[in-house]
Design a protein around this ligand. Structure first.
Ligand code: SAM
Length: 290
């Protein structure tokens, strides 16, 4: 049931409110987020100058406390002291849902350890926003966030994700988008699709789908395409060639109990599928699970 407009959006116990804020379009700030940001005693923010503009836009006078990765230890200590003094504190980051690929996660854990309630106030999240408009959301997805910065480590991380049964979701920054697309195209199978979701909810929002192999050339064709913030979504790995859904299912069941070679051999005997194809698939599935 909705609270009456005059009712406080805060609970009785001093709490940390994890408040999602817009990715770009200010109209995406939720009504409950607005009420909580107004009602709390302090807002802990990743970048106080950035968040001050958000508070100003909505006429919110709540004081801001800096909580970024460089002062996190001491700033979380300050947040805990405010809670101990009976105050309510909101946590925001630069955009989207705090603790999703940003410094909020450790603050949340420390406040929980200190014994205070942590209350989520949901709203925008770049990954879910991109997924919702990608046309790839039909089934499981694996949110990975940022890949490693160095190419060798990035390729190794992608190798481990090759067989994940679902859409892969990544975050990427503009200065690494070209090398990231190169590595995605090189490591993940040809035949998969990619959706590049750029500048979501902003003026130059762009959501484009193409074969993964075409992505590096698409980016290079226009320097504007490398600008802004990115979510990259790669469609699920196609089933191994020649393997029916039934062979995949049987192999998956056997692999949960048996070594790769034995699982492939038995799956071939049960389903009639190629032992080699099953063995290759079993190796890929085992690598993903490691
Ligand atoms: N906590 C945030 C969330 O809920 O999505 C993510 C924080 S993470 C530090 C920032 C990354 O999110 C960016 O590098 C980009 O990959 C993605 N992102 C944030 N805003 C975006 C936008 N408007 N369009 C596309 N991607 C965005």
């Amino acid at each position: 049931m909705l609270p009456a407009p005059s009712e406080s959006p805060l609970s009785r116990t001093p709490s940390l409110y994890v408040v999602a804020t817009p990715l770009g379009n200010l109209q995406d700030l939720g009504l409950r987020a607005l009420a909580v940001l107004k009602a709390v005693d302090a807002v802990a923010a990743e970048d106080t100058r950035h968040s001050q503009r958000l508070l100003d836009a909505f006429g919110i006078a709540t004081k801001l406390v800096a909580l970024h990765e460089h002062n996190e230890q001491s700033a979380v200590g300050q947040v805990i002291r405010l809670l101990e003094a009976g105050q309510h504190v909101a946590l925001v980051t630069d955009a989207g849902t705090p603790a999703v690929s940003d410094p909020g996660a450790r603050a949340v854990a420390r406040v929980q350890e200190a014994g205070f309630p942590v209350v989520p106030v949901p709203g925008p999240c770049a990954a879910v926003t991109a997924l919702s408009a990608s046309g790839l959301a039909d089934g499981a997805f694996h949110f990975h966030g940022f890949l490693p910065v160095k190419s060798a480590a990035r390729r190794a991380a992608l190798e481990a994700l090759r067989g994940v049964p679902g859409t892969l979701v990544f975050y990427e920054a503009p200065h690494r988008i070209a090398e990231c697309l190169d590595d995605l195209a090189a490591v993940l199978e040809v035949g998969r699709q990619i959706v590049v979701a750029r500048e979501l909810t902003k003026l130059f929002e762009q959501i484009v789908r193409m074969p993964l192999a075409d992505a590096p050339a698409w980016l290079a064709a226009d320097p504007n395409r490398a600008r802004g913030e990115f979510v990259l979504l790669v469609s699920a790995a196609p089933p191994a060639e020649g393997l029916s859904p039934e062979a995949e299912r049987v192999l998956g069941l056997l692999l949960a109990e048996l070594p790769v070679k034995q699982a492939a051999k038995l799956a071939a005997a049960i389903t009639g599928a190629s032992k080699n194809a099953l063995y290759e698939r079993a190796l890929a599935l085992r690598d993903t699970a490691l």
